[in-house]
Design a protein around this ligand. Structure first.
Ligand code: SF4
Length: 368
């Protein structure tokens, strides 16, 4: 291979990457106490889906069934769900559009790939789209698989944007992360407009993981972007503010992807507060996702109209900086499709008739 991943390749026979231990994990007894699930229900959930909550995140619960509680405490609806799909976004290798894509990659759009370098998370979110596979130690990537993915990126010169994902990439130890980033960077930095992105929920669930040492590693590989995942205003604390501030101070633009979740953030007031708080901690709202029809998480889904109502309540009612795109990740691997309320009421060769956020009509004259 013609990239610095030769140093990675030498380690090919090493055992799978150990993820960091988040430390301070809520005990099963505590989860059982708060959830009121009986022993059999809990056992069935634990057998099917991973459960892990950091003490930090648990401490953000203000009352039973609030927006933080629902994201982390398992519910019986996960195992009674008969409607969802295991892999609604067709991410598994057998669902890939292109042939020969290594198992750690999803190559859906020509110029970018999703690279799943970790299968662990600090917390296992109850609504997770990848709940079929995260947390399973047998599915942790090996060096061999990582090298295979790097070789694919090296060979596919059209790829200029690599999104490190998981699980959570920041669950890897600093040294491992540094090694993988160096290998990706050695390929991508030679490509026109090459960038690296990291998708992580660490600033939300374990902000203490954002250290000076980690930031010093990340900033070696600019341009590097981070997308994090706040879903509720109560997740924005002094600690998460400090973590996001450190990333921003390292020159890393931090964006946020929110999932629209029933009982968590499916009302305009909560969402507006969340978006405004995000901007105040230097995090740019990027997407609001319609919740995927994932098996075990269907109880979190809302009607699409709810998302449009929320979008309408933001646009014009708060600054544009606080208004993300509302998208559906199309089932079957169709990619993200933006949805907008109907603002254009008429369009012809002469004019466009539009409604503003107050419902007032305006006309715009077309060019000749
Ligand atoms: S951190 Fe992300 S990948 Fe991990 S469980 Fe939560 S939503 Fe899923």
């Amino acid at each position: 291979m013609n990239c610095d991943s030769t140093s990675v390749a030498k380690s090919e026979d090493e055992p799978p990457n150990p993820a960091i231990e988040p430390g301070g994990i809520v005990s099963v007894e505590k989860i059982s106490d708060i959830s009121k699930l009986d022993e059999i229900e809990l056992k069935n959930i634990f057998e099917k889906y991973p459960v892990r909550i950091t003490n930090y995140y648990f401490s953000l619960i203000k009352e039973k069934d609030d927006g933080v509680y629902k994201q982390c405490i398992p519910s019986v609806e996960e195992i009674s769900d008969r409607f969802g799909e295991e892999d609604p976004l067709n991410e598994e290798p057998e669902h890939q559009v292109r042939q020969g894509v290594p198992s750690l990659l999803t190559h859906r759009y020509p110029d970018r790939v999703l690279f799943r370098i970790s299968n662990s998370c600090a917390m296992y979110c109850r609504f997770c789209t990848r709940k079929r596979k995260v947390g399973d130690a047998n599915k942790n990537p090996t060096w061999k698989e990582i090298v295979k993915a790097l070789m694919y990126i090296q060979e596919h010169v059209e790829i200029r944007d690599v999104i490190l994902s998981g699980g959570d990439p920041l669950m890897l130890p600093d040294r491992t992360l540094d090694k993988i980033l160096a290998a990706v960077y050695s390929i991508i930095s030679k490509r026109e407009n090459g960038i690296i992105r990291i998708g992580t929920r660490i600033p939300v669930v374990l902000p203490q993981r954002i250290t000076k040492e980690l930031c010093d590693i990340l900033k070696k590989y600019h341009p590097i972007y981070i997308n994090t995942h706040f879903n509720h205003p109560n997740e924005i604390t002094a600690e998460s503010k400090r973590a996001c501030g450190m990333l921003a101070d390292s020159g890393i633009p931090v964006g946020n992807q929110t999932v629209l979740l029933r009982g968590v953030n499916d009302n305009p007031e909560t969402m507006k507060k969340l978006m405004q708080k995000l901007v105040s901690i230097r995090v740019r709202p990027y997407y609001i996702y319609q919740c995927d029809p994932v098996k075990g998480a269907n109880h979190f889904r809302t009607k699409v109209e709810k998302g449009l109502e929320i979008y309408k309540s933001l646009r014009g009612h708060t600054s544009g900086l606080c208004v993300p795109h509302f998208v559906i990740d199309a089932p079957g691997g169709g990619g993200k499709i933006p949805l907008l309320p109907e603002y254009v009421t008429e369009i012809n060769n002469d004019k466009v008739v539009m409604k503003n956020y107050e419902g007032k009509e305006f006309e715009y004259v077309q060019a000749d």
